[in-house]
Design a binder for this molecule. Structure first.
Ligand code: 2DT
Ligand code: MG
Length: 219
């Protein structure tokens, strides 16, 4: 190739309801990339290890209570505190996988009743994923996979609302406002192997690097 190829790593986000298989699929994808000698790294939001992340963790485990808007802003701040490491990893050629990102931030808070546009505002300008894989599963199927856990939000009615918000985010991301960003819905009700293959089909074109510059969310 000629010209100014930026040849950075791809930024790939995995989103979905609780019990959609997100974390297992992200781990499998990481392994697959590493086996193919593609430099790759896996991140996860919320990142519960930072000071902000510890406050989020305590909230999710219902050890503390916070105003809905305050916790929303902390989730966003938890992404902003890692935004520089995201872009440096990508620019050093690492393919970055991320288990949840800003879409979860909006979907969960908007599902609680906060205004959608208000929820989106603090995440505007974050590094934008090249590809978002939405692992779509019906809440009743997710429930049958051994039940939801103990954490806040892990209830069927909440998950139902969250799914509606994810679907709206998907429509807006793959629409005209999305630049080169792609949103791919994966049927996560299939077998683990079938989901893995669908994911690989979407990811494969990106694993040898991306030429276009890193975009910012909703700019
Ligand atoms: P995990 O079960 O994946 O650890 O997520 N959440 C997540 C939000 O409400 N806002 C956010 O910005 C993010 C990233 C989704 C814990 C829960 O936190 C929710 C489930
Ligand atoms: Mg969870």
């Amino acid at each position: 190739q000629t010209g100014q190829s930026s040849n950075r790593g791809a930024f790939i986000v995995v989103e979905g309801l609780d019990r959609s298989g997100k974390s297992s699929q992200a781990a499998r994808l990481l392994e697959r990339l590493q086996t193919a000698n593609i430099p790759a790294k896996l991140m996860k939001f919320p990142d519960r290890t930072t000071a902000i992340g510890k406050t989020i963790d305590s909230y999710l485990r219902s050890e503390s209570d916070l105003d809905d808007r305050a916790i929303h802003l902390l989730f966003s701040a938890n992404r902003w505190e890692l935004a520089t490491s995201i872009s440096s990893a990508l620019h050093s050629g690492t393919t970055l996988l991320c288990d949840r990102y800003a879409f979860s931030g909006i979907a969960f808070s908007a599902a609680k009743g906060l205004p959608y546009d208000w929820c989106r505002a603090p995440d505007i300008s974050l590094p934008a994923p090249d590809l978002t894989l939405f692992l779509d599963v019906a809440p009743e199927v997710a429930r049958e996979r051994g039940g939801y856990g103990e954490e806040r939000y892990e209830k069927e009615e909440m998950q139902r609302q969250v799914r509606v918000m994810f679907q709206r985010l998907g429509e807006e991301t793959s629409g005209s406002g999305g630049g080169r960003q792609r949103w791919v819905t994966i049927d996560a009700g299939q077998s683990i192997q079938a989901v893995e293959e669908d994911i690989w089909r979407a990811v494969e074109p990106l694993v040898h690097g991306v030429d276009n510059p890193l975009e910012r969310l909703w700019e």
